[in-house]
Structures are given as structure tokens and as C-alpha cells.
Write a protein that binds this ligand. Structure first.
Ligand code: NAP
Length: 488
């Protein structure tokens, strides 16, 4: 029954590109395959777009732009709201699909449908609240009118780790603002985007407003779109090295860019922390999405007086975690996305242990089908270990220690990244000091998950440019126009 349900669901996902309101084959009928990382089995064969297909998608977006920008905000809002409702109705299918193509535990996929869906509801509400201002200039000679206009056709490149939320977090504000879209999901997880765009179609989105290109040649397909003068905005979520390349490409056309890039989040536990809360927060911040989140806590920086106790308690929790195929309700840790990710986690652990860290549990790949890595805790991680510098992107909790607040701040900020930080302390004044002192775009104070559609998500330093969600999110898709009208 379960296998039958998986098969029916997978077959219901369109295998084509979505361009100009039509589901179409790729040039030359080219295809790519999508696999389940928990078994390695191919689960669907879909269209593999060429650069010419990419340009057709941009043609459609460019052609639809004026009509969509002129569509009343209430109409745009209603479409987003209908899409939100349809997604809730199909929550179980959306969740299962994500688990099948990406591997995350089904409960977390359900959570992502909730989180990802909220961007549709939030921006359906924001679509009708776009406003400007009006005022007299200081000289009293002119009326200054400030209005907001849609930026124009936008290109989105999304990663594999949150296949739904990374798409809705971009598409919803763009549509609310009046921008048309071409979206290219990751080759490893394209099915959720296709499923979601079918929902947008059913919700009444006019042809050409959102176009989807799935491809195995992301660089070759993306470059001509980014170089085309009709494109006005590039929004990317993914790794910092790819983000850098895309910023360089976007510079040629002086495009507006939003970049949601890598993280290396510090998780700081002070000696006055509530350890129950810190352990709970640590498990969430580290093991959600099998550790494959840009917001994943990467470096546990724990006061030397509580480090042993903290290490003992998290190890107890981690040792008891149930690893397996995410479709089973009891599973907490699914597979990593691919073999490369497994090899990287193993290398980082090995390097840390060779430099003096203690392996408390886990530490290696799990034999058998799929790309599983045992949930791991290492403590006494020494300065200079690769694991403190690189994004782990796996279920490995690495603990280093500090002696005083200044050292904690220095260690936490000692990275080129600045997406999110987590701080556990019961001292309110210290909490406020940490808000000021930690160089990150977001912070969780005594909590291990911060994401919310109503909050501005984004980083500083090499974690990115711009914010998604919140009141700020729609402004990534609006440009400000000032008009002066002389007073007669
Ligand atoms: P990635 O390798 O940078 O890929 C992200 C996307 O970029 C994929 O769609 C990929 O397509 C595409 N891509 C790769 N090279 C490209 C190129 N030369 N031109 C155009 N597109 C290109 O990152 P990932 O491994 O999928 O995702 C993990 C990274 O994303 C981590 O660093 C994580 O921290 C970051 N992330 C950040 C946030 C945030 O909000 N800050 C959220 C989630 C993830 P193909 O895979 O099909 O080649």
C-alpha cells in the first residue's frame, strides 16, 4: 500500500518543463533522473532543460511581466492565498514527495510544508499593503511622491535541502510585488517545485508568470538568462562559492541580487544557561534536516565549566536517535543527500579526532543501501580543526570550549560567515550584549530554531545579501520611484 501510494504520487508529478503556462518537453527530448537518497533507486525521469529552453522560459516571463505588474494587488493576493489553501489540502503528498527525493524524516517534511506554505499566506497579505509616501520638499516648492514598482522578471536558483520552502520564500514575495519568475530548482530535488507550480497553476496563476526549468546543466542554462538584459533580478540560495560566481555574472547587467548563502553558526552555551533548554535547542539546531541546513549549528562553543555535562547529555540523546528511511514515522535521521556529503562528514570528523578531539558517539558512514551517516558527537575540538571552519552539512555535533565572554565572542565571530547564532544564557544583560556583539543576521536567544515567514531571514558577511520573509522580504522585489511635482 505504501509503495503503491509512493508510486502514484511520483507519477502525478509533471515530468515536463513549465513554460508560458504549458507543460513542455525539453529540447531534443532530453531527460534526467531523480533518485531516493535512502535507497539509491531512481524514482522519476523528468525533462532536462537546455540553454535554449532556459531562454524560452525567460521569453515567457518577460512577455507576462507588464500584465502581471498591472494585475490588481487583490487579485495577486487571492491567487497566493488559494495556493496556500491548496498546499494545506495536499500537505501529506507534498511532505511525502520531499522525503522521497531529499530524504528528510516525514515529520520534518510536514514541518516544511507548514513553514514553506506560510510564505504564501504572509505575502498574500503583504501584496495589498505595498505603499509609498507623499510630502512637501523642505523648500516648500515641490510635492515629493515616492512609489514602489515591481523590479521586473526575476530568476531564482534554489538548493536541494529545503525543496519547498526555498521556492515559496522567493516566489511568494515576487508574485506579491508584481514580478514574473523563472525558477531553476536543484537537479537532485526538482520534483517538489514541479508539484508546487502545478498548485500555482490550479490557483489561477496566469500563463508565463512563473516558469520552471529543471536541468542537469545548471551553469550552462543559468548564464545566458543572467546575461539577458530583460532579466532584472537574481535571487539565489545555495553555497557561498556558487553565490560568488553568480554575483560576478549578475554584475555585468547590474542586476538586483539576493543571496542566501552558507552558514557556520556558533551555538554558545554560557555557564549560567538552563542546560535542559540548551540541550533541547542543540538537538534541534544541529539535527534538523539531518544537519543539512544553512542555519544548522556548526560550532558548539560551551563554557569550560559545563562542557562535560552538556557533552554527556547531548551524547545520550544522540545515541538514542533512530536512523532510517524518512518515510517511517519514528525516524529522526534520514540519509545525507549523496556520497560526497557522507565522505565530507567523515573527513571532518577524522581531521578533528586526529587533532585531539574525543569521539563520543557515531563518527562514520552506515553500511548498506543509501547514504547514511551515524549521528555523531565529538568534544574537545581543538583550534585549527577543519570542522570549525567549514560547513559540516551533516549530523555531527562538535564541541569546543571557552573560558570567558570575550573569548566566546571572539570564537563565535571567527568565521567569514554570518548567518545565524544561538546563545544560551539566563542573564538578560548578557543576552542583550550578545545581540550587539555577534556578527550574524539572525540570532536565537535560548532557542534552537529561528525561521518564521514573518521574520527577515538572511545573513551578513559571506552568508549573503538581502532578506527573505518579514516586512523586508517584499522589498527585494520592489524598486523605489521618486517623482517631483512643482507646487504652483
Ligand atoms: P549549491 O551547490 O551552491 O547549489 C545551489 C543551487 O545552485 C542548485 O540549484 C545548483 O544546481 C545551482 N548551481 C550550482 N552551480 C551553479 C552555477 N554555476 N550556475 C548556476 N546555478 C548553479 O548548494 P547546495 O549544495 O545545493 O546547497 C547547500 C548550500 O546552500 C549550503 O551552503 C547551505 O548553507 C546553503 N543554503 C543557504 C540557505 C540560506 O538561506 N542562507 C538556505 C539553504 C541552503 P544543481 O545542483 O542542479 O547543479
Amino acid at each position: 500500500m505504501t509503495a503503491e501510494r509512493e508510486k502514484t504520487l511520483l507519477e502525478s508529478v509533471p515530468a515536463a518543463l513549465y513554460i508560458g503556462g504549458e507543460w513542455v518537453a525539453a529540447e531534443g527530448g532530453r531527460t534526467l533522473t531523480v533518485s531516493d537518497p535512502s535507497t539509491g533507486a531512481v524514482i522519476r525521469t523528468i525533462a532536462d532543460a537546455s540553454p535554449a529552453d532556459g531562454m524560452r522560459a525567460l521569453d515567457a516571463a518577460a512577455e507576462a511581466q507588464a500584465g502581471w505588474a498591472a494585475t490588481p494587488p487583490r487579485v495577486r493576493s487571492d491567487i497566493l492565498r488559494r495556493a496556500f489553501d491548496l498546499l494545506q489540502e495536499r500537505k501529506e503528498d507534498a511532505a511525502l514527495l520531499m522525503t522521497l527525493e531529499m530524504g528528510k524524516p516525514i515529520a520534518e517534511s510536514r514541518g516544511e510544508v507548514g513553514y514553506g506554505g506560510e510564505f504564501l499566506r504572509w505575502f498574500s497579505e503583504e501584496a495589498v499593503r505595498i505603499s509609498g509616501r507623499y510630502g512637501l520638499n523642505p523648500e516648500g516648492t515641490g510635492r515629493m511622491v515616492v512609489t514602489q514598482r515591481p523590479v521586473g522578471p526575476s530568476f531564482f536558483i534554489t538548493p536541494w535541502n529545503f525543496p519547498l520552502a526555498m521556492a515559496t520564500r522567493k516566489i511568494a514575495p515576487a508574485l506579491a510585488a508584481g514580478c514574473t519568475v523563472v525558477i531553476k530548482p536543484a537537479e537532485l530535488t526538482p520534483l517538489t517545485t514541479l508539484f508546487f507550480v502545478k498548485i500555482l497553476e490550479e490557483a489561477g496563476l496566469p500563463a508565463g508568470v512563473v516558469n520552471v526549468i529543471t536541468t542537469s546543466t545548471s551553469g550552462a542554462v543559468s548564464a545566458p538568462i543572467i546575461a539577458d538584459p530583460r532579466l532584472r533580478k537574481l535571487s539565489f540560495t545555495g553555497s557561498t562559492p556558487v553565490g560568488r560566481k553568480l554575483i560576478a555574472q549578475a554584475a555585468e547587467g547590474v542586476l538586483r541580487v539576493s543571496m542566501e548563502l552558507g552558514g557556520n553558526a556558533p551555538f554558545v552555551v554560557f555557564d549560567d544557561a538552563d542546560l535542559d533548554k540548551a540541550v533541547e535547542g542543540a538537538i534541534q539546531a544541529k539535527f534538523r534536516n539531518i544537519g543539512q541546513a544553512c542555519t544548522a549549528a556548526n560550532r558548539f562553543i560551551v563554557h569550560e565549566s559545563v562542557a562535560d555535562e552538556f557533552g554527556r547529555r547531548v551524547t545520550e540523546r544522540v545515541t538514542a536517535m533512530h536512523v532510517g528511511r524518512g518515510t517511517e514515522d519514528s525516524v529522526q535521521i534520514g540519509p545525507l543527500i549523496d556520497e560526497k556529503a557522507v565522505a565530507k562528514a567523515a573527513e571532518l570528523v577524522q581531521d578533528a579526532v586526529e587533532r585531539g578531539a574525543t569521539l563520543r558517539t557515531g563518527g562514520s558512514a552506515i553500511d548498506g543501501d543509501g547514504t547514511f551517516f551515524a549521528p555523531t558527537v565529538i568534544s574537545d575540538v581543538q583550534a585549527g580543526s577543519d570542522i570549525l571552519r567549514e560547513e559540516i552539512f551533516g549530523p555531527v555535533l562538535a564541541i569546543a570550549t571557552f573560558a570567558d565572554e570575550d573569548e566566546a565572542v571572539r570564537l563565535a565571530n571567527d568565521t567569514e560567515y554570518g548567518l545565524v547564532s544561538y546563545v544560551f544564557t539566563q542573564d538578560l544583560a548578557r543576552g542583550h550584549r550578545m545581540i550587539d556583539r555577534l556578527d550574524t543576521g539572525m540570532m536565537g536567544l535560548n532557542v534552537g530554531v529561528v525561521s518564521n515567514a514573518a521574520a527577515p531571514f538572511g545573513g551578513v558577511k559571506q552568508s549573503g545579501i538581502g532578506r527573505e520573509g518579514g516586512l523586508e522580504g517584499i522589498h527585494e522585489y520592489l524598486s523605489t520611484k521618486y517623482t517631483l511635482i512643482p507646487v504652483d
